[in-house]
Design a protein around this ligand. Structure first.
Ligand code: DWN
Length: 419
């Protein structure tokens, strides 16, 4: 198949430029995970792109084998984090952590890159800080702006960073959650952070943790939006290349395992608020698990195939008994899972999701209809595949009635199981 024009093969490491790239996992050609299909376009083929990850043997960055033009992925967006109370609580904790470590005072500027609907910045506003968001999605940025979170609708990079500096002055804190992993030029992104960060400022970044992804078989978190999969080893090198010092790191439980790291420019003794936990412990854990020498990655690939076999077998068995299957959470990762396992509307009747932007559309690839959670009450299935397994506690609590009525939840990872 020929590559679509908006896609390019990654032949040199996106962080260090090395050509020593080794394939880890090939998930085939897949549509874009957040490109939900309008029913009026159901008869048309959607664009598909190669999806796989590879490992740089020099700087250890795990990255996609092919990257898609970000303007295709992010200029209009359907995902908002504010549907989840788990995420709202996480934002409060994150804001407290940043205010404490950076010793933020009322009126200090906090810039968030990839600010989506402004959920996190509102937590800083409640603590008295001035805020500015930067986000490429025109629809979501306009919504945040209208709701009182000033938002610059741009892709972030060094040039935009200079614009921000001119407009607002240096930031005492720059925050990015689930964004650095999304950019094809992570060094340029981090250099931009360095441009706007005050000399005593703190940079806080959260990205999905490669360590946890590998430990828990979370291969479904691989999709075209996620360009990089970070270990602490790779992040240390990346920060250094961009002139930032990575001073501390702490694992957080959200999104199936997140790594929060703290950096500064070193223009002053900016590490003031950046103390332990020690990086050494996390680095040792990565080495021990085989991430640094790459051995953990080949085992990961074999386990992804096993999950595929087990899940498809389980769904087939449930259907063969005449029982009905639906899913919950029209997640981006869910679309990788469905695509890789070849599950379609023939096995999974519908996907329930709270986000009204997704309801009424069809999931990319599988073309399973997205419905409101009310659908579940009206037509309760026997088995509910949890595509938002990262929010399982919150969702199972909300859907206690479903379990009480004899319904079973199907968790796909780390190993498919009915609960
Ligand atoms: O990096 C990314 C992460 C952070 O978020 C993005 N590239 C895209 C997105 O990935 P995802 O779609 O896999 O994220 P979530 O947070 O697992 O999505 C949860 C989905 O479940 C949302 O569509 C909302 C929905 N939901 C629901 O319908 N009822 C969530 C909750 C908590 C609920 O009660």
């Amino acid at each position: 198949m020929t590559l679509p024009p908006a896609c390019r093969a990654v032949r040199r490491c996106l962080a260090c430029g090395s050509a020593a790239l080794q394939l880890i996992l090939d998930l085939g050609w897949q549509p874009l995970a957040n490109r939900f299909v309008h029913p009026r376009d159901a008869g048309q083929n959607e664009p598909i792109f190669p999806l796989g990850i590879q490992h740089c043997r020099d700087c250890l960055l795990v990255q996609l084998t092919h990257v898609v033009d970000p303007s295709l992925l992010f200029t209009t967006y359907v995902y908002v984090p504010s549907t989840s109370t788990t995420w709202l609580a996480h934002c409060e904790e994150l804001a407290d952590d940043v205010v404490g470590r950076a010793r933020l005072r009322p009126g200090d500027l906090v810039v968030e890159v990839g600010s989506n609907d402004g959920t996190l910045l509102r937590a800083f506003q409640r603590r008295g800080q001035r805020v500015l968001g930067v986000d490429p999605a025109a629809n979501i940025a306009a919504q945040a702006d209208a709701a009182g979170v000033p938002t610059l609708n741009r892709f972030f990079g060094e040039a935009v960073a200079r614009e921000v500096l001119e407009r607002c002055g240096p930031a005492r804190a720059v925050v990015s959650t689930n964004v650095l992993a999304h950019v094809p030029d992570p060094v340029g992104f981090l250099r931009g952070v360095g441009v706007i960060l005050a000399s005593d400022g703190l940079y806080v970044n959260e990205s999905p943790s490669l360590h946890e992804m590998v430990r828990h078989n979370e291969f479904d978190t691989i999709y075209h939006e996620h360009v990089s999969y970070f270990s602490l080893h790779a992040l240390l090198g990346l920060f250094g290349r961009a002139g930032l010092h990575l001073r501390a790191a702490t694992p957080r439980p959200v999104h199936g395992g997140t790594l929060r790291v703290f950096g500064c420019t070193g223009k002053e003794a900016a590490a003031r608020g950046v103390r332990a936990p020690a990086l050494a412990d996390l680095l040792a854990a990565e080495r021990q698990s085989g991430l640094a020498d790459g051995t953990a990655l080949s085992a990961f690939s074999a386990r992804a195939e096993r999950v595929r076999e087990q899940l498809t077998r389980l769904v087939q068995a449930v259907r063969a008994e005449g029982r009905r299957v639906a899913a919950y959470g029209a997640t981006a990762k869910g679309n990788t899972l469905l695509g890789y396992c070849g599950l379609t509307a023939a096995q999974v009747e519908a996907i329930a999701d709270r986000n009204p932007r997704k309801q009424g559309l069809l999931a990319p690839g599988s073309r399973i209809p997205i419905v409101s959670p009310d659908w579940l009450r009206a037509r309760p299935p026997d088995v509910l595949l949890l595509l938002a397994w990262n929010l399982a506690d919150e969702i199972r609590q909300q859907l206690a009635w479903f379990g009480d009525a004899g319904g079973q939840f199907l968790l796909p990872v780390p190993e498919p199981r009915l609960v």
